[in-house]
Design a protein around this ligand. Structure first.
Ligand code: ZN
Length: 131
């Protein structure tokens, strides 16, 4: 499905600006910040404003096409991978990597008395192993 179809299916009118943002964030697996999306989209859509990028990201989050995550302290990133997965944050480079759900085993979330769990993910922090 291309970005136009994805937006149409979500009931979002595909303006050229929204399309530029959607094409960038839905295609990549880089967990960009809003400023990174703004910088990248300016190449294809030079007249786009920061406010339009932010508003479009908000719209995509509200429609469930993107997840907003705080994986590094004080940094909100956008994640186009909507299936359940964990994250590994490289403390040296700041890069965020997806970790497949099956790679970790998490038990007991459904047995926390008094809490109703709506979201579950593990955020691992570390660095690449030196060879
Ligand atoms: Zn992710």
């Amino acid at each position: 499905m291309n970005a136009i179809e994805v937006l149409a299916q979500a009931g979002i009118r595909p303006t050229p600006q929204r399309l530029a943002v959607a094409e960038f964030v839905l295609a990549g697996r880089t967990h960009p910040t809003a400023d990174e999306v703004f910088a990248a989209v300016q190449h294809t859509c030079p007249t786009i404003s920061r406010a339009t990028v932010y508003n479009t990201l908000r719209l995509l989050v509200n429609k469930g096409l993107l997840r907003e995550q705080v994986l590094r302290e004080g940094v909100t990133v956008f994640d186009a991978e909507r299936t359940a997965h964990h994250h590994f944050v490289d403390e040296e480079t700041g890069q965020i990597h997806d970790v497949p759900w099956e790679a970790l085993k998490v038990y007991g979330a459904d047995q926390l008395g008094g809490f109703e769990v709506h979201d579950l993910q593990v955020v691992l922090r570390g660095r690449r192993r030196r060879a």
